[in-house]
Design a protein around this ligand. Structure first.
Ligand code: GLN
Length: 540
């Protein structure tokens, strides 16, 4: 089968679930057995998401090959249950960078290089390269932003060109928002009508509209929208709010979205489809045990609204592990600075079944995090430290068990005499010369697990590979002392002798990893380290 491309474009406003819609459409085709891949296009100038503040932009999702990408890439990996690569992600910065590099090397053979057509040509080439690399039969492509913005015009132009060349291989899905203004109490179609027309201005006609709203779209409004958007009513699919995002594929499929797309794209749908996904989605509502997990860190300062975005993979990883253990994990976000102002309040952590310290950077709130880790260690609260959470657990033990009072990471105290966490010379050079973008230890690295450890038992394997995103490392000069105090390095990268996983003896569950296990947790395959935390939490 020739690769079929489904572009998903947003209308009216952002944040209505375009990423989950894209992922769900992909999942539906995956259920039919097709090889599905996904692309996220971010129309900003940053070359990658790695240089952006997670509070502003959301989590930085890391791919196997070490690209720092948008959080939607995580949604696609989780829904499609597949790995995506650097080629599946593009930003305007990246596209322009390669066009300019090509121009400098005479690639364009003396021609004038122009925004149109050369930028859309580059976009198309990247889309086709990603399809080839992932052997995609169906490629879903999400264009960031909404129609009518300056930023994404060149991507709409690329979609238009592709559709013109291969009308049977390209479909356009518009995700429009359907507000219900409180003073009217009625769902309004006009904003989405405008979005569909704005899309027309770019030379594109929506093949399908996904009408996002709090409520389902009723028949009169569906007909109205169809009429004004020059479409058939059956090509308008309603996507009301759902309890769990994992239900959305079933909601869309009930309205025959796969048949509609298959007809447009001349795809022959097989008779049979897998029900594995929908079975998982029903598990979500069937959980009955309750579990309370505290997450202590920073990046919580701007209020509830950004939280879910800054730590989306951590949240999802907790959910996956909990659901597979029949539990519903309620997560509480605790700003670690509170434990600095009022150190005694750390004892409130005894009310939780588990503590997570997620990844982070810099000094703010660090002492509060260390207090929290100490409490978990001394009071048998199940603990999982992710990256910074592992580094700080080592520092806590050095300070409070070994009595090395000034033990620290050079990230916070460059002059410390006891750099438990240090930096290698190459990384030090990067920092000294402001080479921040894309220079951390990124992506998948191997790790050997120690026989007899809890972590080894959870993974059920001696060799693992996990994704990284950090600049600093555990300092092996302190290894013996730390291990003698009971904190064992049960995961090691043998190639570079880097400490990857810690596990405390005589504790129900006290584990930290230098890598980010949350990036590899999938709804259908919960991650062993999170499963370990949840199991220990349920026992507590
Ligand atoms: N700040 C630490 C480092 O760079 C940890 C990073 C993280 O938690 N992702 O090494």
């Amino acid at each position: 089968m020739r690769t079929k491309y489904i572009f998903v474009i947003g209308g009216v406003l952002s944040g209505v679930g375009k990423g989950i819609t894209t992922a769900s459409i992909g999942r539906i085709f995956k259920n039919y057995g097709f090889n599905v891949s996904a692309i996220k296009i971010d129309p900003y100038i940053n070359v990658d998401a790695g240089t952006m503040n997670p509070v502003e932009h959301g989590e930085v999702f890391v791919t196997e090959d070490g690209d720092e990408t948008d959080q939607d890439m995580g949604n696609y990996e989780r829904f499609l249950d597949t790995d995506l690569f650097s080629t599946n992600y593009m930003t305007t910065g990246r596209v322009y960078q390669s066009v300019i590099e090509k121009e400098r090397s005479m690639f364009y053979k003396g021609h004038c290089v122009q925004v149109v057509p050369h930028i859309p040509f580059e976009v198309i080439e990247r889309i086709e390269t990603a399809a080839k690399k992932t052997k995609a039969e169906v490629m879903v492509i999400e264009i960031g932003g909404t129609v009518g913005e300056y930023e994404n015009i060149l991507y709409l132009e690329a979609a238009r060109m592709m559709k013109l060349d291969h009308p049977d291989d390209v479909a356009i899905v518009l995700v429009g928002y359907m507000p219900v203004p409180s003073h009217l109490g009625e769902m309004k179609t006009k904003p989405t009508q405008h979005a569909a027309r704005t899309l027309n201005n770019s030379g594109l006609q929506a093949d399908i509209i996904v009408a996002r709203g709090k409520y389902a779209l009723d028949k009169p409004r569906k007909e109205k929208l169809a009429l004004f958007c020059w479409m058939k009513p059956e090509n308008i699919v309603s996507a009301p709010d759902v309890e769990s995002i994992y239900e959305l594929p079933a909601v869309l499929e009930k309205q025959n979205i796969s048949k509609l797309l298959a007809k447009l794209l001349k795809i022959k749908l097989p008779e049979k489809k897998s029900t594995e996904w929908d079975k998982f989605a029903t598990k979500v509502s069937a959980v009955h045990k309750k579990l309370k997990i505290a997450v202590v860190g920073k990046y919580f300062a701007t209020g509830d609204f950004t939280l879910a975005d800054s730590y989306i993979s951590v949240i999802q990883a907790v959910k996956h592990a909990a659901i597979w253990n029949g539990a519903d994990a309620e997560m509480t976000w605790i700003d670690s600075e509170g434990f600095e102002k009022d150190p005694a309040s750390v004892k409130d952590l005894k009310n939780y079944d588990g503590l997570i310290v997620p990844g982070g950077f810099g000094t703010r709130g660090i002492e509060g995090i260390i207090n929290a880790i100490r409490f978990a260690r001394e009071n048998n609260v199940p603990y999982l430290g992710l990256c910074y959470g592992m580094q700080l657990a080592c520092i806590e033990l050095a300070r409070n068990v070994l009595g090395i009072k000034d033990a620290h990471t050079v990230e916070c105290d460059p002059g410390t005499k006891n750099p438990i966490i240090h930096i290698n010379p190459m990384q030090a050079k990067n920092v000294a010369s402001n080479r921040y973008g894309g220079t951390m230890r990124l992506g998948a690295y191997d790790c050997e697990l120690k026989k007899g450890s809890k972590v080894r038992a959870l993974y059920g394997s001696d060799h693992i590979s996990e994704r990284h995103r950090h600049r600093y490392e555990f300092n092996n000069d302190f290894r013996e002392q730390i291990e003698n105090a009971g904190l064992e390095f049960v995961g090691v990268n043998k190639e570079k002798n880097l400490m990857e996983v810690i596990e405390l003896k005589n504790h129900p569950y006290f584990v930290g990893s230098q890598f980010h296990p949350e990036f590899k947790s999938r709804p259908l395959h919960p991650h062993p380290l999170f499963v370990g935390l949840i199991k220990a939490g349920l026992k507590k």
